[in-house]
Design a protein around this ligand. Sequence first.
Ligand code: NAP
Length: 540
Amino acid sequence: MAQKVLQDEQEKDVVVVGAGFAGMYMLHRLRKMGYEVRVIEAGSGVGGTWYWNRYPGARCDVESLEYSYSFDEALQQEWEWTERYSGQPEILKYANHVADRFDLRKDISFNTRVLSAVFNETTDKWVVESDSGESVTARFFVMATGCLSSTNTPDMDGIEDFRGEVVHTGQWPKEGVDLAGKRVGIIGTGSSAVQAIPVIARECAELTVFQRTAQYTVPARNEKLDPVRVRETKDRYKEFRDENFAMPAALGANLPQSKESVHEASAEDRATSFESWWESGGTSFMRSYADLILDESANVYAAEFVRSKIEDIVTDPEMARKLSPEHIIGCKRLVIDSGYYETFNRPNVHLVDVSEDNIERVTSEGLKTADNAYEVDVLIFATGFDAMTGSILKVDIRGRSNLSIRDKWSAGPRTYLGLSVPGFPNMFMVSGPGSPSVLTNMIVSIQQHVEWISDCIAWMDETAHKTIEATVSAETDWVEHVNAIAHKTLFPSCNSWYLGANVPGKTRVFMPLLGFPGYVRRCDKVASENYDGFTLVANR
Ligand code: NAP
């Protein structure tokens, strides 16, 4: 058998997969602490999700002044955001600025996909191999591959027959896609589609939207940032960050959170309150009352309000009916938009409800549904991601006794703190399943994880330990904890990607943990108690 020739074998302290915001900060912090680090990245540049998601209209749903690193005072002072919610090009520019400022690129291998990571029980080291032939051996292995990186493209018959162009929003070509004068079909109405549809509709000749589940979306009310507000925030940036750090989703401390039940409000007060949140824009709409995501009978009021807005905005009553969601508002991630429902008043935009008229196959000319055929030149999949676990399971990760992470998680992901998995010593995940991650401002969660992981590595060295590994009982208790919290809310009640319900065959487990501050306290307590819940092995 021909032996694989490794082009480049390196020995490092830590190997990190992914150069998004998690991998970049992991590299910077560990390097500052004196460690040798190699980061391996599939893309040709830094930025992770903001590198791949270049679709028209891509924009963050967390406000710019909050969606940025806070670990370096000079960095947060010097960077100037221009809009309330930053668009993808600006965020990618910021990621590149950070990479330049901290000279990160020299320790990143770009255009390189990690294929496997194997723990060697003799040396207590991870061996990480990639498609370029690069092999890195390291004591610590960090998966910083992001929660929404592995795209989900439904397996549709006939896709190979299609004569036009096929693209996925999550892997939008760097050179762009020329949609001018084209007939475009877009499958999906999640956050990506809701952002893309208004922009594409203005650009293309005809746009057909294939909707399986109608979407609740509230206006973003994006606008140019007021320089006075920027100055005021920057003058007290540390306090501003601390206040957000103490919030349940690590964001929005500047906004009110109602403590009142919607049932206690009069019809008039409810209308005024929902209207004012609708006018101010953003996902904080769900803060209008304290019980909207806890109680189905409370949730109905908010859902009904958005449905009434759809009825007001969309001029064709049949179109408005099809666009009106029926499920619980907020249990799929609430979307914010810039003119989404309004776009359906355009004469060049058509809506096909594929829950009524199922997609049967792709043809050479477009899509065939049960009752109709649609001709398109470009077919866009806005069908989301194999969230939270997809990019971890793509790598053939093997821990003790050759245990595969794919086998370990065959019935759904199980972790301790969303950071660590029994059987996989010295391996950490940034914003892994079981951590608050996607239910928070991701950058804040990323920073908290990077700091916890790097502090743990330093502590291991200070105390002369060679391996750290979560115990099975800590993992079991943690999984129960994550589930128990989720089941106090309405989050698990619909087919969302939080549950893995969007990917056929994926086991349904509610993956993220609700509540950032409690989580941080728990992580700090674990560390202060000499890594309670972990087995530690001392150097010989
Ligand atoms: P998504 O929310 O999972 O939406 C995917 C859409 O595709 C859904 O409408 C889904 O319908 C549909 N779909 C999937 N498979 C289908 C099939 N076989 N046939 C027909 N329709 C199908 O994905 P996303 O829009 O990419 O967003 C994912 C997450 O990324 C968001 O929730 C958010 O966390 C993040 N994101 C954030 C922003 C932002 O910051 N503003 C922007 C984009 C994305 P069903 O609902 O019926 O499954």
